[in-house]
Design a binder for this molecule. Structure first.
Ligand code: V47
Length: 487
């Protein structure tokens, strides 16, 4: 890389327009050298974050963590030194930068207050630890209260992981087992039906079904799980199979996504859960789960599900090897598909649990990181109705706090959760309705029981019904689904 000292030509005159249409902010002073043959692009600041090694030059406080030159440049940049990075072409020629003044949330605040969409650059800038977490939370809470007032949703649900045996070896997963491992299992039809009965008996409106991709189970085994449960317990909403499983079924049967989803829907599939998303950017995905459904496939499956009238959720696994750029990219990809289909209901940021995984050397993301992730997700995903603070994974305290940082949903009472508990989660296995509603009230919110599709659930004695919202017309609410429990 050719090195030459660059003088701040027009720093006093303000921003400098770049050939690609971006703007380079006024330069406070140049510490070192910079090859400016290729202008800085929107990802430059992230490259800077990755490349910055050691202490910043004397007198400067902190490395830039996020933010970029296009659209809304940071107010002052100081170029510290140049690097050639092993990164894609758009980020290849870049400079490390140090911000000389603390970043401000004001421009983002103005846009959020005006109900305007954040740009990619603005979204990236929010990961900078110098952006005050509580101010960020306050902004996210503004959006949350605009959409849901004081309400916080929960449901009564049961998990079913029919097998933990899996052909894949995702580095972050503690749940999977090898075919011949002692802890490997695959449930029988009787065990699956018994789980369904338990779900109904305990008042569940939803069964959340995901599992491993078993080497010796064919597609019909998975299809039959849905059919068995739906036929025996039609009041249970079956939220089943991530795109990782659907993609596996396509592979096993050589049939199309649409074909598989239509057949599953006919058998009783109610919606798709949000798993398998991990981090979409290939720089990360190729390292943590290179073999399973890729980003293109994940999106194709959700798009097809939405076209067929199936709603779905989306997740993001954070706190492992990804950085601010990857998280921003992930959120923006989801926002794009939601603009197109409107089929997503809920976004669930998932904090990485390292215990018993091949990434056990990484420490767990802090509660502050989890709250920041929730707040940024709420601000960026302006077209998602709901943000879920999954208490199993966040821990109860952080989940309660998250209800003031953008979240409006705690997931459910949950029973038989394995994925997080195998990875060291210390949260209880289950919460009672009394517990979950008390936690919500303590956090200053009003608990509302919902079903999977966010219909309000009304219970009378041992029966329940899920009601369509009335839209304030004064008409009686229409029941969409009903059930009875043995409690
Ligand atoms: O895709 C696996 C994650 C996901 C670990 O749709 C891990 O309502 C952290 O998607 N540490 C599955 N995360 C769970 C999931 C989910 C959860 C709650 C509600 C909904 C919903 C969906 O769990 C996987 C992966 O991203 N995961 N292992 C781990 N060690």
């Amino acid at each position: 890389m050719r090195q030459r000292t660059v003088r701040p030509q027009n720093a006093a005159a303000g921003t400098r327009r770049l050939p690609d249409g971006g703007e380079f902010p006024p330069v406070a002073f140049l510490e070192s050298t910079l090859d400016w043959a290729s202008p800085p692009g929107p990802r430059m600041a992230i490259a800077a974050e990755e490349s910055l090694a050691g202490a910043p030059p004397s007198g400067l406080k902190r490395p830039i963590v996020a933010g970029c030159c296009r659209n809304r440049p940071p107010s002052v940049l100081v170029v510290a030194r140049s690097h050639r990075l092993p990164l894609p072409p758009s980020r290849e020629r870049c400079a490390s930068m140090i911000r000389a003044v603390p970043p401000s949330l004001d421009p983002v605040r103005e846009k959020v207050e005006a109900g305007e969409r954040l740009t990619a650059a603005e979204a990236e800038s929010l990961w900078d630890p110098a952006i005050d977490l509580h101010e960020l939370g306050e902004l996210a809470n503004l959006v949350r209260e605009r959409k849901h007032g004081d309400v916080a949703y929960y449901n009564i649900n049961t998990h079913l992981n029919p097998t933990n045996v899996c052909v894949y070896r995702c580095t972050f997963c503690a749940f999977r087992a090898d075919l011949r491992e002692a802890r490997g299992y695959a449930m029988s039809d009787e065990q699956i039906l018994a789980r369904g009965q338990e779900a109904v008996d305990t008042g569940s409106t939803e069964m959340h079904i995901v599992g491993g991709l078993h080497h010796q189970k064919d597609y019909d085994w998975y299809l039959n799980i849905v059919r068995l449960l739906h036929d025996a317990y039609p009041s249970l909403h079956l939220k089943a199979w991530t795109p990782v499983e659907i993609n596996w079924f396509c592979h096993l049967t050589k049939r199309s996504i649409r074909d598989i989803l239509v057949e599953m829907k006919d058998a009783g599939l109610g919606s798709l859960p949000g798993g398998g998303a991990e981090i979409f950017h290939p720089e990360v995905r190729d390292k943590i789960c290179e073999h399973k459904a890729d980003t293109k496939e994940w999106f194709a499956i959700h798009r097809t599900a939405h076209e067929l009238g199936l709603r779905s959720n989306a997740t993001m696994l954070y706190g492992h090897i990804e950085n601010a750029f990857h998280r921003t990219h992930h959120l923006l990809r989801l926002r794009e598909l939601q603009d197109e289909t409107g089929g997503f209901q809920t976004f669930i940021p998932l904090a990485f649990h390292p215990e018993n995984t091949r990434l056990s050397h990484i420490s767990k993301p802090s509660p502050a990181m989890s709250l920041r992730t929730m707040a940024i997700s709420r601000l960026v995903l302006d077209n998602f109705d709901h943000m879920k603070a999954y208490w199993i994974m966040l821990g109860i305290g952080t989940a309660q706090a998250a209800l003031a940082y953008g979240a409006d949903d705690l997931d459910g009472t949950v029973r038989h959760e394995l994925i997080y508990h195998d990875a060291g989660a210390t949260t209880p296995e289950i919460l009672s309705v009394e517990d979950i509603t008390r936690l919500i009230r303590e956090a200053g919110r009003e608990p509302i029981e919902r079903d999977t599709l966010y219909h309000r659930v009304v219970r009378e004695g041992t029966t329940w019904r899920a009601e369509e919202p009335t839209g304030g017309s004064g008409q009686p609410a229409r029941a969409t689904r009903m059930g009875a429990t043995n409690r």
